[in-house]
Design a protein around this ligand. Sequence first.
Ligand code: NAP
Length: 243
Amino acid sequence: MHTALVTGASRGIGAAIALELAKEGWAVAVNYRSSRDAADEVVKKITDEKGVAEAFEADVSDPEAVKRLFSDVSERLGFVEVLVNNAGISHIGLLQDMTDGEISRLIGVDLAGTVYCSREAVKAMIPRKKGSIINIASMWGEVGASCEAVYSACKAGVIGFTKALAKELGPSGIRVNCVSPGLIRTDMNKSLDSETLKELEEETPLLRIGAPEDVAKAAAFLTREEASFITGQVLPVNGGFIV
Ligand code: NAP
């Protein structure tokens, strides 16, 4: 069984990646933190199509929970050959108004979560000399966003981590890449009003907001044999919003 673990796969981009990888024949570990019903729904969609999937609860910002997650997944679905670090949260607001808790939560989930999950994954990948890690960054990690300074820093950190880990793990036959989405229609952006969304659409050269499936297809490409010489790269999926 070829197994892929997608963090934060109960909703949005992660759910779309889980469905796409299942279509490509992966057994999918659907990680969630609190949306149990939504994760079960993703699993059901996959198993209804004769795919293999199971839901696994874990907060990726908790290193002990991440260890348990990997041990549960490998027991139920075997070796995790593909890890997609997708779980993430955002925070919009001025830096001076952020509390200590908000800052550490953001760094804990968006940056440390990626590091913890990757650390567990590579322990099993290195002896097998195979594996692929795909980190979901953000265009704000590439260019920075006003009122999202900490989020941008986390995503820039994810990009740096990707490049460094690709160098460290290349000789072990493990590839590490990022997909860097632009604005994608998910719950993360539900606070944006329709006027703002329309303006952002008009500013985007391809004149639309992205769909979770746009990101999922890019992530799936990076898992494939045809991407076997691609590592340490950032694949932007942003409609041309930043170039
Ligand atoms: P979303 O719709 O808000 O979904 C977030 C997912 O992450 C949910 O499945 C959630 O699970 C999970 N999650 C949150 N905190 C977690 C934790 N501590 N441990 C495990 N899972 C956790 O967000 P999205 O828009 O799909 O974003 C997915 C990724 O893409 C994020 O890394 C985000 O930064 C990135 N991204 C998004 C956009 C965009 O425009 N939407 C753009 C660039 C990058 P529960 O429901 O169980 O809490």
